[in-house]
Design a protein around this ligand. Structure first.
Ligand code: SF4
Ligand code: SF4
Ligand code: F3S
Length: 265
C-alpha cells in the first residue's frame, strides 16, 4: 500500500491469448487485485480500455518515464523470417516492438510456452521463423513461465513474488522459477501409487481406465514434465489433465509439439 504500483507493459506476439485467459482466472491472488491494486498494467493489447495511437503513446511514455523500472511481460513469440512481417502491431513488426520495449525494462517475463520455448508456432517446419523471447533478448533477465497456458496462480505468483520481495524469483537453468517448476508432474501425481504398483491403463475404455490407474502406457509425459499441475491443479484447484482421465502431454516442456505424437502405444 505504501509503494507505487509497478508499471507493466504486456505485449502480445504470435499467440492464442489463452495465457491471458488463464491469468484473469487467478483466485489467489485474484487477478483483479493484481491489475487494479498491485501493478499498473499500462499497456496490454487485450485488457486495455484505450486503443490505437493513444495506447502506443502510453507504451512510449512508460519507456521514457520509467527507464529500468518497468516490467515487460510477453505473451507469444516473434516471427523473424522475412524481417518479422508475419506479426505486426501499429505498423511495426512485433520483433521490433519487443526489442525496443525490452531495452528499458528491469526484467522480462515470458508468459507461456509460446514466449518461453516457441510452442506450436515454432514446431517444425516453423514457417515464420518464430523464436522465443530468450533467444531474442540477451541483455535482460528473462523469466520463463512455460505451460500452454501456464497455471493462473503461477502467473500471478511470479508477479506477487517480485512485488513482495523486490527481487526476481530464483530460476533454474531453463530460466523457470524454481518454486513452480522444481518438480515433475509425476512426483506429486495422485495416480503415482498405481505406477509404482504396475497398474496401468492399456486402452481408453478398459477396467484400469475406469479405476483411475496410471496413464503412462497411454503416453503420459508426467515423468519428464516440470510444472505445478499435480500440486496446484487448475480452475481454483478443481482438477488437471490427469484428473480428467488424460495423460499429461508435456505442454510446459520445450518442443513438446515435435517430441513425437501425443498418442503412441
Ligand atoms: Fe496460447 Fe499456449 Fe501460446 Fe499461451 S502458450 S498463448 S495458451 S498457445
Ligand atoms: Fe506419472 Fe502420468 Fe502415471 Fe501420473 S498418470 S503416475 S504422472 S505416468
Ligand atoms: Fe500441461 Fe501436463 Fe499440466 S499437459 S497442463 S503440464 S499436466
Amino acid at each position: 500500500e505504501t509503494k507505487p504500483r509497478l508499471p507493466v507493459i504486456w505485449l502480445h506476439g504470435l499467440e492464442c491469448t489463452c495465457c491471458s485467459e488463464s491469468f484473469i482466472r487467478s483466485s489467489h491472488p485474484i487477478a483483479a487485485d493484481i491489475v487494479l491494486n498491485m501493478i499498473s498494467l499500462d499497456y496490454d493489447d487485450t485488457l486495455q480500455a484505450a486503443a490505437g495511437h493513444q495506447v502506443e503513446e502510453i507504451r512510449e511514455r512508460i519507456m521514457r518515464e520509467y527507464p529500468g523500472r518497468y516490467v515487460l511481460a510477453v505473451e507469444g513469440n516473434a516471427p523473424t523470417k522475412d524481417g518479422g512481417i508475419y506479426c505486426t502491431v501499429a505498423g511495426k513488426t512485433f520483433l521490433e516492438i519487443l526489442q525496443e520495449t525490452a531495452k528499458g525494462a528491469m526484467a522480462v517475463i515470458a508468459w507461456g510456452s509460446c514466449a518461453s520455448n516457441g510452442c506450436v508456432q515454432a514446431a517444425k517446419p516453423n514457417p515464420t521463423g518464430a523464436k522465443p523471447v530468450h533467444e531474442l533478448i540477451k541483455d535482460k533477465p528473462v523469466i520463463n513461465v512455460p505451460g500452454c497456458p501456464p497455471i493462473a496462480e503461477v502467473m500471478t505468483g511470479v508477479l506477487t513474488y517480485i512485488l513482495t520481495f523486490d527481487r526476481l524469483p530464483e530460476l533454474d537453468r531453463f530460466g523457470r522459477p524454481k518454486m513452480f517448476y522444481g518438480q515433475r508432474i509425476h512426483d506429486k501425481c495422485y495416480r503415482r501409487a498405481f505406477f509404482d504398483a504396475g497398474q496401468f491403463v492399456e486402452s481408453w475404455d478398459d477396467e484400469g481406465a475406469r479405476k483411475g490407474w496410471c496413464l503412462y502406457k497411454m503416453g503420459c509425459r508426467g515423468p519428464m514434465t516440470y510444472n505445478s499441475c499435480s500440486t496446484f491443479k487448475w480452475n481454483n484447484g478443481v482438477s488437471f489433465p490427469i484428473g480428467s482421465g488424460h495423460g499429461c502431454i508435456g505442454c510446459s516442456e520445450a518442443n513438446f509439439w515435435d517430441n513425437g505424437p501425443f498418442y503412441e502405444r
